[in-house]
Design a protein. Structure first.
Lengths: 458, 225
C-alpha cells in the first residue's frame, strides 16, 4: 500500500518529466525525418517526370508530328493503368494523342487531382507541361506511390511513438513505484521512531545505491540515538539511586537532630553533617548540569586559541603543592611557549586537566608519582596524565567514563563519580579523544587534541 | 549600606534580606524585573543583588538597561543556572560578580561586602601595607618587619588580594576564582594547601599572625586585634 498518491510522488513526477521529454524528442525527430523523406520523394518524382517529358519531346520533328504522336500513344499504352498520364494537344486544344484530356495550361510543374485532369481514378498527379513545337505536351506521374510510402512512414512512426510513450510511462510508473515503496519504508520506520520504537530500522536492499546509503546513515543515526536514550535512562536511574543514598542520610541526620533537640542536647555536629550532605547532593547536580551544558555545545561559540602548555603548567603550579601535602609527587613536563596551541576554551581545559590530576591525587596511595606531559605526535597534541598507582582493571576502563559510575574500591572516598564523565565531555567538545591506558603499573590517561590547522579543517 | 534584592522566590528573598539586615544593611526586596529597573534608577543603592530569572524583565536585561542608563551600581547576579556560559553572559551584561544557588549566606555577604567597597581601578595603590607587612605590586617584593620574603607568583597574587581586602572575609570560592582562575569546586584542598604555605612564609617566623581562618567561610588578613 502506497502512503500517498502516485502522481504526487517526486520520483513519479521526475519520471513523468523525463518520459514527456523523451516522447517530445522522438516526435520532433519523426517529424523531421518525415519531412525529409517527403521532400526527397517528390524531388525524385519531379525529376523522373521531367526526364520522361524530355524524352517524349525529343521525338518531335519540325512539321512532322507523326513520331511524337506515336511516342505519346506508345507511352500511354505502356503505362500500367493510370500511373503515368500523357497528352499531346494541337494549338487549337484538340487532343492529338495521350490518355487524359485536361492538362494544365501553364508550362512547368503542377499538381492536379485525377478529377481535374479529367480521369476516372483517384489521387494526385505531378505534371510537367510545355510547348513542343506548336503543340502542347503534358506528362504526369501518379503521386499514389509516394503518398503510400509517406503514409506507411507516418503509420510506422505513430506506432513507434505509441510504443515509446507507453513504455516510457509504464517504466516511469514502475521505477517511481519502486522508489516510492523504498521511501515509504523509510517513512514507516521514522513513524515507528516517532512513536517511540527506537529499535526500528530501515530495511536495506544491499545494492549499495544512494537510497541504501542514506538509509544506512539514518540507521546508524538511530543506533546512536537509541544508545543515547538508553544512556539517559541509565543515567536517570543512576541519579535517582545515587541521590537517594545521601538524601536518606540527610533525612536520618535531621531526624536525629530533631530527637536531640527534644532531649535538649546540642545539635551543632548534626547540622554540620546535614550541611555536608546537602553540599554533596548539590555538587552532584551541579556537575550533571555542567556536563549537560558542555554536551549541548553552546560553549563552542566562545572557542579561541589556547596554549595547552600554559594550561598544563598552571595545573602543575596549582597542584604540585597539593600533591606534596598529600604524600604524592606531581611532575609536569611541558615547556610553556612551545607550539602547543589548540582551539578551545581555557577554563574548560583547565577543569579537564584539574579533574584528571585530582583523580590521580585522590585515588592513589601515598608515594605515588604523577606525571603530566605534553607532546606532539602525528599532527596531534597528546597530553598524558600518568600515575604508578594501583591502576584500573581492563574491563572497567570504559565504564569509569560513565556518569555516576564509581569503582567499588573508591565508593568510600568522597566524590560524585562525574569527574571523568566531565573530562570526557570537555574532550569531546574539543574534538579530542580521551582514553585510559595501562601505565604498567598505574593508569595513563591520554588526551589527544587536533592541532589548530586540523581543527579548522574539520 | 542600602541593598536592593531582586528575587522572585519568596524563601530565598527572605533568607537573603534577613541575613543582610542582621549584618546591618538596609535591604529592599522586589520580585519583578520592571519594578527593579525603575527602583534602581530612582534610588541610590550601594549594591544590587539580582536573580537571573525574574518575571516581566529578566535579570540580564535589567542590568543591561541599567548600564545603558549609566547607572554604575555594582551588581551581584544570583542564579540557579550553574553554567559557565551564564556566568560569562552575566559579566558581559555588566554584572560585577556572580553567585550560583544554592549558596551559603556567608559567601553572599562576603561578595556583597567586596563589591561595595571595591575601589575604582585608578585609585589602586601600588604599595600595600597591613601592620608590619609590606607588598610592592610594581617591584613584586614582599617584606615583613623589613625582612624580605620570597613568594611564588600565585602566592604573591593571593597575598595581594588578601591585603587589598584587609579585614574583609574572602571565601574559598572567591579565592579560587580570583587567584587561580578556577571556576569549579576542586575535590582536593587547593586553597588550604596554598594558604598554609603562605602562612608558613608570612606568619610562622613572626609572633603576631596576620592571616586568619574564618571557620566554614574563608580567610581574612588583618593585624592582631
Amino acid at each position: 500500500m502506497l502512503r500517498s498518491s502516485l502522481f504526487r510522488s517526486t520520483p513519479f513526477r521526475l519520471a513523468l518529466g523525463f518520459g514527456t521529454l523523451f516522447v517530445s524528442a522522438f516526435l520532433a525527430m519523426g517529424l523531421i525525418a518525415y519531412q525529409l523523406m517527403n521532400a526527397e520523394l517528390s524531388q525524385g518524382l519531379d525529376n523522373s517526370a521531367r526526364e520522361i517529358w524530355e524524352v517524349v519531346a525529343a521525338t518531335n520533328a519540325d512539321g512532322d508530328i507523326e513520331d511524337i504522336v506515336g511516342a505519346v500513344d506508345n507511352y500511354a499504352r505502356l503505362s500500367n493503368g493510370e500511373d503515368r498520364i500523357f497528352v499531346l494537344l494541337d494549338p487549337a486544344g484538340n487532343r492529338l494523342a495521350g490518355n487524359f484530356t485536361k492538362p494544365p495550361t501553364e508550362s512547368g510543374l503542377a499538381v492536379l487531382s485525377a478529377e481535374e485532369a479529367g480521369l476516372s481514378g483517384e489521387g494526385n498527379y505531378r505534371i510537367v507541361s510545355g510547348k513542343v513545337g506548336d503543340n502542347w505536351l503534358s506528362v504526369g506521374l501518379s503521386l499514389a506511390e509516394t503518398d503510400r510510402l509517406a503514409s506507411i512512414a507516418l503509420k510506422s512512426m505513430a506506432w513507434a511513438l505509441a510504443l515509446v510513450t507507453v513504455t516510457a510511462f509504464a517504466l516511469s510508473a514502475f521505477l517511481a513505484t519502486r522508489i516510492r515503496r523504498r521511501l515509504d519504508s523509510i517513512a514507516n520506520t521514522m513513524d515507528d521512531v516517532s512513536d517511540g520504537k527506537l529499535n526500528s530500522r530501515i530495511p536495506l536492499i544491499g545494492n549499495g545505491d544512494d537510497i541504501d546509503a542514506v538509509s544506512g546513515q539514518i540507521n546508524s543515526a538511530l543506533e546512536r540515538l537509541g544508545a543515547l536514550v538508553d544512556g539517559m535512562r541509565q543515567v536517570s536511574s543512576d541519579i535517582a539511586h545515587d541521590l537517594k543514598t545521601p538524601l536518606n542520610r540527610l533525612q536520618m541526620v535531621l531526624e536525629t537532630a530533631a530527637e536531640k533537640i527534644e532531649r535538649g542536647e546540642p545539635v551543632s555536629s548534626d547540622v554540620a553533617e546535614a550541611r555536608a550532605e546537602g553540599h554533596q547532593i548539590n555538587e552532584t547536580f551541579e556537575a550533571l548540569l555542567r556536563i549537560a551544558q558542555i554536551e549541548a555545545g553552546a560553549r563552542k561559540a566562545r572557542f579561541a586559541e589556547v596554549d595547552l602548555a600554559s594550561v598544563v603548567s598552571s595545573i602543575g603550579e596549582i597542584y604540585a603543592d597539593v600533591a606534596e601535602d598529600d604524600g604524592k609527587t606531581l611532575t609536569v613536563l611541558a615547556a610553556a611557549g612551545s607550539d602547543d596551541w589548540v582551539i578551545g576554551d581555557r577554563e574548560l581545559l583547565t577543569q579537564m586537566f584539574a579533574n584528571l590530576v585530582e583523580n590521580a591525587i585522590r585515588h592513589c596511595p601515598e608515594d605515588t608519582q604523577i606525571n603530566v606531559s605534553l607532546a606532539r605526535s602525528g599532527g596531534r597534541i597528546v597530553a598524558e596524565v600518568c600515575d604508578n598507582g594501583p591502576g584500573i582493571p581492563l574491563g572497567e576502563r570504559e565504564n569509569v567514563f560513565r556518569r555516576l559510575y564509581r569503582l567499588d574500591k573508591s565508593r568510600t572516598t568522597s566524590g560524585t563519580g562525574l569527574g571523568l564523565s566531565l573530562a570526557r565531555a570537555i574532550a569531546d567538545l574539543h574534538g579530542a579523544s580521551l582514553t585510559l591506558e595501562d601505565n604498567k603499573p598505574g593508569v595513563k590517561v591520554v588526551a589527544s587534541f587536533p592541532t589548530i590547522g586540523n581543527t579548522i579543517g574539520q | 549600606m542600602r541593598i536592593l534584592v531582586v528575587e522572585d522566590d519568596r524563601k530565598t528573598a527572605d533568607y537573603v534580606a534577613r541575613g543582610l539586615s542582621e549584618a546591618g544593611h538596609v535591604c529592599d526586596v522586589l520580585m519583578d524585573g520592571q519594578d527593579a529597573l525603575f527602583q534602581a534608577i530612582r534610588n541610590a543603592y550601594d549594591v544590587l543583588v539580582v536573580d537571573r530569572m525574574i518575571p516581566n524583565l529578566d535579570g540580564l536585561s535589567v542590568v543591561k538597561a541599567l548600564r545603558a542608563a549609566n547607572v554604575k551600581t555594582p551588581v551581584l547576579f544570583l542564579t540557579s543556572v550553574g553554567g559557565v556560559d551564564d556566568r560569562v553572559e552575566g559579566l558581559e551584561a555588566g554584572g560585577d560578580d556572580y553567585l550560583v544557588k544554592p549558596f551559603a549566606f556567608s559567601e553572599l555577604l562576603a561578595r556583597v561586602n567586596a563589591l561595595s567597597r571595591r575601589p575604582p581601578v585608578q585609585d589602586q595603590k601600588t604599595i600595600l601595607t597591613v601592620a608590619d607587612l609590606e607588598l610592592d605590586v610594581i617591584k613584586r617584593r614582599v617584606a615583613r618587619r623589613g625582612q624580605p620574603i620570597e613568594l611564588q607568583p600565585r602566592e604573591f597574587k593571593l597575598l595581594e588580594l588578601l591585603m587589598r581586602n584587609e579585614g574583609r572575609v574572602l571565601t574559598r570560592t572567591m579565592l579560587l576564582e580570583r587567584v587561580w582562575d578556577l571556576h569549579f569546586d576542586p575535590k582536593t584542598s587547593v586553597v588550604e594547601t596554598h594558604m598554609s604555605r603562605l602562612r608558613a612564609k608570612i606568619d610562622r617566623p613572626f609572633d603576631a599572625p596576620l592571616l586568619h581562618t574564618v571557620r566554614n567561610t574563608g580567610y581574612t588578613l588583618h593585624a592582631a586585634l
